[in-house]
Design a protein around this ligand. Structure first.
Ligand SMILES: [Zn+2]
Length: 168
């Protein structure tokens, strides 16, 4: 476990977010394709990740907003637990119309600009949550086409069907 902080702090600030809690904001204009922040944390095995995940979900019960899960799938054998003080990328919020995306390259997780981002804009990416328990995660991203819940783009059709079934 190395605590190297390979982040380019020239590019962003941590500030209170309109979406949720803290957020990450562009401190200068950022060009499309720029690697903005590496999502860092403790490298854990899938087994360890399950334990971390259970513990964090337990904490989250009855205390909304605390104990959120910051696990990131790195490869077939390992995840990154990003719930550490030296990982500002954990503050990046989900958006239904994100301006960043995640790229995994040589076992490193990067948050990369999907488009040109103006100074002062909040950074966001699609968390890619599936349609399983999506109703537990309301989305407040404020984008024009906000889905209302935090669901990955690939799963929104499924989630829509589930919502329609409930209404019947
Ligand atoms: Zn949204």
């Amino acid at each position: 476990m190395s605590k190297q902080q390979l982040v380019n702090q020239e590019l962003f600030d941590v500030k209170n977010s309109k979406i949720h809690g803290n957020g990450i904001y562009a401190s200068i204009d950022i060009k499309k394709g720029t690697k903005i922040i590496e999502y860092v944390g403790n490298k854990v095995t899938k087994e360890e990740a399950d334990i971390v995940s259970d513990r964090q979900l337990e904490l989250a019960k009855g205390n909304k907003g605390i104990g959120e899960v910051y696990l990131f799938e790195l490869n077939d054998t390992h995840d990154i637990d990003g719930n550490v003080g030296w990982n500002p990328a954990r503050f990046i919020n989900h958006s239904c119309e994100p301006n960043c995306e995640v790229e995994i390259e040589n076992d490193k997780i990067w948050i990369v600009a999907l488009k040109d981002i103006k100074k002062g804009k909040e950074l966001s990416y699609d968390y890619g949550y599936d349609a399983e328990d999506f109703k537990d995660h309301k989305c407040k991203c404020g984008s024009e086409n906000c889905f209302g819940y935090i669901v990955g783009e690939d799963y929104r059709e499924d989630a829509k069907k589930k919502l329609a079934e409930v209404k019947k």
